[in-house]
Design a protein around this ligand. Structure first.
Ligand code: C2E
Ligand code: CA
Ligand code: CA
Ligand code: CA
Length: 278
């Protein structure tokens, strides 16, 4: 057993040695990206399934790397989380979103609520409320038009602190959504514990929509959510059929390529905000 363990440690050490250069590079690459504006934001609308109107817009980050080209958040967000870089990224993104929305308002568009993804690391660091407050007051953004998307992993370490943080955010008028709902272990019990406004049903539910049992599962989640006064968002709707089935379950809001891919700010302005003009 000892030999095996030593072997594994050696392997890990070797592995880390090999990675060290590129890890360092990635850390400095992300820092440089923040300084030189290599990150940009795309916006994916979410629709009210029954009225088919835009309900809100999710801000998603992209990295336009000078040599590697476009990098998906899937390839750098968890690295950023593990290297103390997610908080500076989130602060940058939130400020950009607030500035962009202010510009849209000044152009005469009716504001649409915007959602921003928040890392559990930011909850654990304990600076989230303060960071959000600062950016809102600096930019003059209306907190009632801000939705923060969190995941149930905020409950992994300090439940009390997590719940307290959510209370403080909601007291400011911010809405809270649980993202990727249904992929964790304790989803249902957290629904009752967490003072939230929305749940984002994970896309994996949609992948098995032909399964009758899966549809009853969605039906049950939707009625439980409605009993708790929560709205349900279905993520990753790609087909007309998925749209119809979900609408029939009573699910409130939908997001996905069937409606719209994530858009550049200018595209969003043209395609969606124009129709909301007063
Ligand atoms: P998410 O928050 O669940 O975001 C939804 C993801 O699903 C987005 O991928 C979106 O482009 C994609 N999507 C939307 N509709 C469809 C569809 O119909 N079909 C399929 N196959 N995919 C669809 P994206 O933008 O690549 O983001 C991936 C994940 O990266 C996000 O998942 C989120 O967890 C994370 N992420 C993105 N931006 C940020 C950010 O600013 N901060 C943090 N902390 N995480 C972010
Ligand atoms: Ca999200
Ligand atoms: Ca999600
Ligand atoms: Ca989403």
């Amino acid at each position: 057993y000892k030999a095996k363990q030593a072997g594994r440690n050696n392997y890990q050490f070797y592995n880390e040695m090999c990675l060290i250069d590129s890890e360092k590079e990635l850390v400095s690459g992300i820092k440089k990206a923040l300084e030189q504006n290599e990150f940009f934001i795309v916006y994916q609308p979410k629709y009210n399934l029954s009225t088919k109107e835009v309900n809100s817009v999710e801000a998603l980050i992209r990295w336009d790397h000078p040599e590697k080209g476009l990098i998906s958040p899937i390839d750098f967000i968890s690295f950023a989380e593990n290297h103390h870089l997610i908080i500076p990224i989130t602060k940058w993104l939130l400020e950009q979103v607030c500035i962009q929305c202010k510009e849209w308002m000044e152009l005469g568009y009716t504001p649409v609520p915007i959602s921003v993804n928040i890392s559990t690391k930011h909850f654990e660091e304990g600076t989230l409320v303060e960071d959000v407050k600062k950016i809102l007051s600096k930019t003059g953004f209306d907190p009632t038009n801000l939705i923060l998307e969190i995941t149930e992993s905020i409950m992994n370490k300090n439940e009390e602190q997590a719940i307290q943080t959510i209370h403080q955010l909601r007291e400011m008028g911010i809405k809270i959504a649980i993202d990727d709902f249904g992929t964790g272990f304790s989803s249902l019990s957290y629904l009752i514990k967490l003072p939230i406004d929305l749940i984002n049903l994970d896309k994996t539910f949609l992948d098995e929509l032909t399964d009758k049992k899966n549809i009853s599962l969605i039906n049950s989640i939707v009625s439980l959510a409605h009993n708790l006064n929560l709205l349900v968002v279905a993520e990753g709707i790609e087909t007309e059929n998925q749209h119809q089935v979900l609408d029939q379950t009573g699910c409130d809001i939908g997001q996905g390529y069937f409606f719209s891919k994530p858009l550049m700010g200018t595209q969003l302005q043209r395609a969606f905000l124009d129709t909301k003009e007063r």
